[in-house]
Ligand binder design. Sequence first.
Ligand code: PMP
Length: 407
Amino acid sequence: TPAQVAQAPEDPLFGLMRAYRQDDFDKKIDLGIGAYRDNNAKPWILPVVRKADEILHNDPNLDHEYLPISGLANFTSAAQKLILGADSVAIKENRVTSLQTISGTGAVHLGALFLAKFHPRQPRPTVYLSNPTWANHNQIFTNVGLAIDKYPYFSPTTKGLDIDGMLSSLKSAPLGSIVVLHPCAHNPTGVDPTQEQWKQIASVIRERQHFPFFDCAYQGFASGDLARDAWAIRYFIDQGFETCVSQSFAKNFGLYGERAGAFHFVSGPGAEAQRATTNIASQLAILQRSEISNPPAYGSRIASIVLNDPKLYAEWEHDLRTMSGRIIEMRRGLRQRLEAKGTPGTWDHITSQIGMFSFTGLNEKQVQILREKWHVYMTKNGRISMAGLNTHNIDYFAEAVDSTVRE
Ligand code: PMP
């Protein structure tokens, strides 16, 4: 009976957030959060989002009707162009189907559910996740009944990509496995393959007939350049892969709680592509209907206003550079401070890693000391959110790290 269900462990990240809130030390620092903060450690509403909100607010035709099952069409078509490129051959050939989802999480889930139900092979192929990856990947794929495994990704020695380990693991994975890839700003490591390495990865995926599944949560956030951050996805599609993409607008629009996202399925080229895409679209619509009926309106309306207006789009790019620029400044500042103090270890990875997070290399014991003695909160794996640092707390944090590493 339901009364016999055991209590589940608390989500570690949400537990961390709670502990931070309960700490009343005035210099406490939250480096666990996966959301952008401004230089005063406050949430930041993008100026372009404020403008879009104003436009929306003044729209006399606005109502609260349901969106279609697949979401707001102006949003999904703009989202498609944003991630695949306005001149994408797959869009031109009508072999992309897109649905608006409950942010990136909902997009990964819809893709996982679709593969679990409709992948032509029985038993379903195993899903390969990077080691480490965003913790939720494990649960999302497991919850729909797919088996998961890992491929090596992060090298603790170089604090960079373990490309040899990754390639050999993908080579030995069973033919036709599903491979989840982070196209930019890998969470949690901040380590991305170079374009040359992406080509090697693509070549192994092709050789082994794997299915690449891109989870893109940080487009524009990594380099400040939207096209560059989507390069890997576009490269795979240009190479003729069948693939799917989950896309989040949480970070790059600062629309975290509004849950704006999209899922795209891209069929490979060929005479059958259009028909296959239409069939897939019809099945996805049924899955979506049973899961959420139809997606939430507000976030997608905001993003749609911006994405479909060239002037606002340019302002958005400026806002993206404000966020990525501040994060890059903090990376430089932290590395400089640790190197100036002669803190034991090497710190160049802080500036070579990209996006919201840095995998510092601090171990679990050090993370605990930082939390208990210095009131600095981060996940046990030593990941810090760069957005949690600012010009007011970076000196304190560098001092805390320096002292902890020397203990
Ligand atoms: N994938 C990855 C790799 C992420 O880091 C995140 C955000 N933490 C997401 C998906 C989804 O986030 P959201 O549902 O808020 O868009």
